[in-house]
Design a protein around this ligand. Sequence first.
Ligand code: ZN
Length: 232
Amino acid sequence: MKNILTLLILISLPLVSVPLVIGCSPVVPLEEVSPQQSAAAASRHTRVEAVAKKTEIITLAGKGYPVPKQWQGRRVASRALGFEELALIPGQLSHEHSKLYLLKDAQQALIAMAAAAREDGIQLCVHSSYRSSWYQRKIFARMFAQGRSYEDVIRYVAPPGYSEHALGTVVDFYPSNWRFAATPAYRWLQQHGSEFSFQESYPQDQPDGHPWEAWHWRWQPRQHVLSRSHPF
Ligand SMILES: [Zn+2]
């Protein structure tokens, strides 16, 4: 229990990008993609509604809130991961040497992929990885305490129980925002990520209109691809 608590304390979710990079080299976008362009791409699909038989509700601090359309039907089947199942991402691969964790097999795959990228002159830098559902709730609690509304927070924080980060197989690369799509690292991942069983979870132009998250990649080896409900 003490180990788990330590882990939860160590895992951080940087909500603000800090220009100073200690762990990985800074990623320089080749071209600018404006937030307006990203928003326009996302809004093209708002007409296509996610299949939802009934409104999905999450409970935060004893109160029910509706799950936004883009998250409906995307609840992640996950269990609480034990500290012994997780492995630390090497400091040279994590932004500002943050202590970030993945399931052991996913961590090994990430290390192999980063080594291959390095041979091609590409630095992969991880901004965020395993986050428990409990931690996701903590983010909401902190934001509520700051006076932020649910509608405000839910725009950029996944509802607890809906974040793939709870699986322990997902990384957000740095910078974990729309700028990442214009980086050489993103182009390299598009070409080579699948060789290491990493896939973009929320690619551009999805039929259900889920926003594009170019920075968010999930390790999903072939034997697990067919069963989406598997904890991997
Ligand atoms: Zn993510």
